[in-house]
Write a protein that binds this ligand. Structure first.
Ligand code: 13P
Length: 288
C-alpha cells in the first residue's frame, strides 16, 4: 500500500482508545525492522524522521525513495505514514516537496502568535496536498538534535487555539521529555492532559518522549486522549546493547562475522522486539 497520511489511523485510534506508535528511523535497518514488525502485527505505524536524521540519510528525497521502495518490495499492506518530526518551517516545506505524507511543525519555541501564524500557513498547504500535520504547544524537555526544551506544561487555552487552526494532531507538553528520564522526574501531568483534552475534544493528542514512560502512565495517557506516541531513544538503546554484545562476544571475529549484514543483525532484531513490545502496550496490534 502506498504511504497514507496519518489522519484516518489517528481518528480511529482516538475513537478506539489505543495509540499508534511513531518510531523514528535512522537508516535502512531501522526502517525495515519497523515496517516488518508493523506488518507482522497488523498494526498501523508512523515512521518519524527528524531533520538531523533526514540529513544523515542523505536528504528527504532519499528517505522517501527508500520507504516507498520498501512498501512495495516488502509487500507492506498496513497503513504507513512518513512523518517529519519536530520540523522547522523550512524543513516542513522541503518534506512536503519531497513526498512525505505527514509533517510536524514545531513552533513551540515561538511566541504563541507566531506559532499560530506559521502553523496556519502550513495547515493550508497540507490541506491542499492531502498531508496530515502535527503542531506543538509547550516545549517537550530534553535534547533532540541539539535543541533543548525545558519540559513545560502546555497552556490548555493555547492548545485549543492551535487545534482550531485545523491541524490533524496536537502535541501538548505535559512534563514529558526526550531521551532517558532523570531519577527525580515528576511524571506526566495528567491534570494538564485532561484539561487539554476537554478543550480540544476529538483532536488526537500526541505524547512525545515515549522512551522510559512506565506502562501504567502510558495507559492512563491513552485513556485521556493520547492517540500517537513517539519512541526514538528506546530503539537506539536496544540496537546499541545488541550490537555491543555481538562484538563483546567476539562474533565479529568468527568466520564472516565482519559482514555488515551479520554485524547489524542483532541490532535489527532488537529494534523489532522493542517495536513489538510498544505496539502491544499501545494497543495498536490488529488495528490496521
Ligand atoms: P524519545 O527519544 O524519548 O523516545 O522521544 C521520541 C520523540 O518524542 C520524538 O519526537
Amino acid at each position: 500500500m502506498p504511504l497514507v497520511n496519518a489522519a484516518e489511523m489517528l481518528t480511529k485510534a482516538k475513537a478506539g482508545h489505543y495509540a499508534v506508535g511513531q518510531f523514528n528511523i535512522n537508516n535502512l535497518e531501522w526502517t525495515k525492522a519497523i515496517l516488518l514488525t508493523a506488518q507482522e502485527l497488523n498494526s498501523p505505524v508512523i515512521l518519524g524522521v527528524s531533520e538531523g536524521a533526514g540529513k544523515y540519510m542523505a536528504g528527504y528525497k532519499t528517505v522517501v525513495g527508500m520507504v516507498n521502495g520498501m512498501l512495495e518490495e516488502l509487500n507492506i499492506t498496513v497503513p504507513v505514514a512518513l512523518h517529519l518530526d519536530h520540523g522547522t518551517y523550512e524543513g516542513a516545506k522541503k518534506c512536503i516537496e519531497a513526498g512525505f505524507s505527514s509533517i510536524m511543525f514545531d513552533g513551540s519555541h515561538y511566541p504563541i502568535e507566531e506559532n499560530i501564524e506559521k502553523t496556519k500557513e502550513l495547515v493550508a498547504i497540507c490541506k491542499e496536498k492531502g498531508l496530515s500535520i502535527e503542531a506543538e504547544v509547550g516545549a517537550i524537555g530534553g535534547e533532540e538534535d541539539g535543541v533543548i526544551g525545558k519540559g513545560e506544561c502546555a497552556d490548555p487555552q493555547e492548545c485549543k487555539q492551535i487545534a482550531d487552526l485545523g491541524v490533524t494532531m496536537l502535541a501538548a507538553g505535559i512534563g514529558n521529555i526526550h531521551g532517558k528520564y532523570p531519577e527525580n522526574w515528576e511524571g506526566l501531568s495528567f491534570e494538564t492532559l485532561d484539561a487539554v483534552q476537554k478543550l480540544t475534544g476529538t483532536m488526537p493528542l500526541v505524547l512525545h518522549g515515549g522512551t522510559g514512560i512506565p506502562a501504567d502512565m502510558i495507559k492512563k495517557a491513552i485513556s485521556l486522549g493520547v492517540s500517537k506516541i513517539n519512541v526514538n531513544t528506546e530503539c537506539q538503546l536496544a540496537f546499541q546493547a545488541a550490537t555491543r554484545k555481538y562484538i563483546e562476544d567476539g562474533k565479529d571475529l568468527q568466520g564472516k562475522g565482519f559482514d555488515p549484514r551479520k554485524l547489524l543483525a542483532p541490532g535489527f532484531e532488537a529494534i523489532k522486539a522493542t517495536v513489538k513490545e510498544k505496539m502491544e502496550l499501545f494497543g495498536s496490534v490488529n488495528k490496521a
